[in-house]
Write a protein of this length. Structure first.
Length: 202
């Protein structure tokens, strides 16, 4: 197995188990949203595991759509979780609703059209969904929500006077930067960019 397959498989299992553990301990709104967030990452990682050069071409597009089923939801649930954790949920509730609508639109184009992804591109080392005309807009949406979430986390971290809360936010902030930075490799390879360090270790 390649490093892509191994890392994706580990991510799929660990994130789902983490989400399940949190949900079992805290069946509140924040516990449910964190579980959904973890499940979205796990779903994306699971189909990254399956999306290999040995995958028959007739299944490539289907797996690519299922992969993006999770990918579209990752930044949305990350923002929702962040808003609850930071206490900004009421202030951002209308914007969050609009982001949910936008995600639903991307899911429609992902599952029922060739506007988001058009097929599968194969290389000797890996394969990836071929970006469609709407992919740059999805990428901008993904990055925008992640950056917004990080800004909100950082703002709350700086404002918090509770040392335990500040430490919690700090861990989430820096671990999220590390995780999303590493995950950028999955977008870059779709435009044939192999960034140092990110490829092949991202």
């Amino acid at each position: 197995m390649s490093h892509f397959t191994i890392s994706a498989a580990i991510t799929a299992v660990t994130t789902f188990l983490l989400g399940l553990f949190v949900f079992a301990k805290k069946r509140t709104q924040i516990g449910i949203v964190f579980f959904l967030y973890s499940t979205a990452i796990s779903l994306w990682s699971l189909f990254v595991t399956v999306h290999t050069p040995t995958l028959p071409s007739e299944y490539g597009l289907v797996v690519g759509r299922l992969l993006h089923l999770g990918a579209v939801l990752i930044p949305l649930f990350f923002l929702h979780f962040t808003l609850i954790l930071t206490g900004y949920i009421k202030k951002w509730i209308i914007a969050l609703f609009l982001f949910y609508i936008t995600s639903a639109v991307f899911q429609f184009f992902n599952l029922f059209t060739n506007k988001l992804i058009t097929g599968t591109t194969y290389t000797n080392e890996y394969c990836y969904p071929t970006p469609g005309p709407l992919y740059p807009f999805f990428f901008a949406f993904f990055i925008g929500l992640v950056l917004l979430s990080l800004v909100l986390l950082y703002t709350k971290m700086r404002q918090s006077e509770n040392h335990a809360k500040k430490a919690q936010l700090r861990i989430l902030f820096y671990s999220s930067i590390f995780g999303y930075f590493g995950g950028m490799d999955n977008f870059l390879i779709t435009i044939n960019i192999r960034a140092p360090i990110l490829y092949p270790y991202g």
